[in-house]
Write a protein that binds this ligand. Sequence first.
Ligand code: FAD
Ligand code: 2HG
Ligand code: ZN
Length: 505
Amino acid sequence: MTTSSRTSLLDQLRQIVGAANVLTTGDLSAWELDWRKRERGRALAVVRPASTIEVATVVKACAAAGVSIVPQGGNTGMVVGSTPDASGTQIVLSLLRMNTVRALDGSNLTITVDAGCVLQTLQEVCEKAGFLFPLSLASEGSCTIGGNLGTNAGGTQVVRYGNTRELCLGLEVVTAQGEIWDGLSGLRKDNTGYDLRHLMIGSEGTLGVITGATMKLYPLPVAQLTAFAAVPSLDAAVQLLGLAHQHLSAGLTGFEVMGKFALSLVTKHFPQQRVPFQEDMAPTLPTTCGSLPPEGAVPCLGRPGAAADAPYCVVLENSDQESEAHARERFERLLEVAMEAGCVLDAVVAESITQARALWHVRESIPLAQAQEGLNIKHDISIAVSRIPEFVRQTDALLQQAYPGARLVNYGHLGDGNLHYNVQAPAGADAEAFLRDDEKGVNAVVYDMVDKFKGSISAEHGVGSLKRDKLEQHKSPVALGMMRAIKQALDPQNTMNPGRVLLIK
Ligand code: FAD
Ligand code: 2HG
Ligand code: ZN
């Protein structure tokens, strides 16, 4: 790009969104550095439109200049998909100024919002109006609904409500050519040919820019119960999941597993948090095994010290439309049966919303604790739930043999068969050197095992640029061919988030 065409494009962009919303100088790291601090890019400019028309006009101007666009929401993505490459030629299109709630239709059980709406804001607006918007991720204070749709985010309520895809009834999209597609129908039935909404969801900004969305709402649950249970093995956790499905049916809204080492990172980096069943608590507190402020102690259901050496813990949640008493009775019956069956060693059931939040907070703090511990290798994988224990046994053994001392941070959404099977450098080792020297080898071990167990190398975080090469190796050539044909048809100039998801030769 010549200097004069660059200047001319920047002038056009300033006219479209206002000079204050075209950032080219100063510290742009909030837009240029990914959340995991894996890669720092350099943008030609960060452009912040305030409306769909502005997005369309920006996209048209960039397409005419042959300049590529990286759509960005909260920049909390895990796979280096929302930051520019190092060329200094890409526009970061930040949707954060587009944060209006356009309409809430209580009878249709839908809400229509701008794509830059922060997830937590959306949850709060819905709750105030008496509805539940169930998508829930630890990054909800900064991720946006556009980013959630772009990645088809999962989170902690998928076992009951599905991924973001299942929660979406309509989209508004600016195409790679700068046209506006209004698909904000809010219809629950519409079989009029190819479903473009589902093509856009999970396309990580490579097919167009999502500017608005119509999402499903649910009634608020009458009662919500949360337990933190220590289990003797992953097999036991899977057995507990089966019992939870049987006893709670659609009331089961969350089922998360956490390995002992993952929990120890929370204790280490956030010592103010009380993690139930950590060694220093259970044996010394015979009737209370984790005091969760501010209400105080939560009674344990098991015998004193029963959970001291548990290799895994589970957070499970039961939401009910009937009374609190009914829900609690059912939930405690489940835990009793599970203890009799030997698949739960000990458990605590939160007695208030504050305690429930504290238990969830422990689970949600794991990625943050892991980031504090240092750079790490993440594997966001899915395997049939029934095969997860065997996968972990075999893969743990292979990794320990090839990379002695590597620390396995294993946790995730067991209810969905989705593990965050992450690897941290051996204690005391240089994390950067570990990633430089061993990331490829570690990935090869894990992803070959994922193939062997017929799993997926990306369950919920997407592909971005970090896993693009892995996709080439692990996805079928037929599937890749169809994906390339779609990309070619919708974005023939390859200006929408190029280099992400697919390698275009
Ligand atoms: P960004 O990071 O800005 O973008 C993500 C991708 O979507 C990029 O490819 C970008 O180009 C594209 N994109 C963004 N906006 C648009 C748009 N309007 N139109 C088209 N494309 C767009 N993910 C999960 O699935 N489950 C979890 O439980 C989970 N927990 C997390 C916990 C933490 C602490 C963190 C930091 C992240 C977590 N994530 C999780 C990952 C991340 O939060 C999600 O991927 C989220 O959906 C990204 O939203 P965002 O607005 O930050 O998107
Ligand atoms: C979670 O489930 C997120 O907490 C983040 O998906 C996972 O950091 C990770 O590996
Ligand atoms: Zn996750």
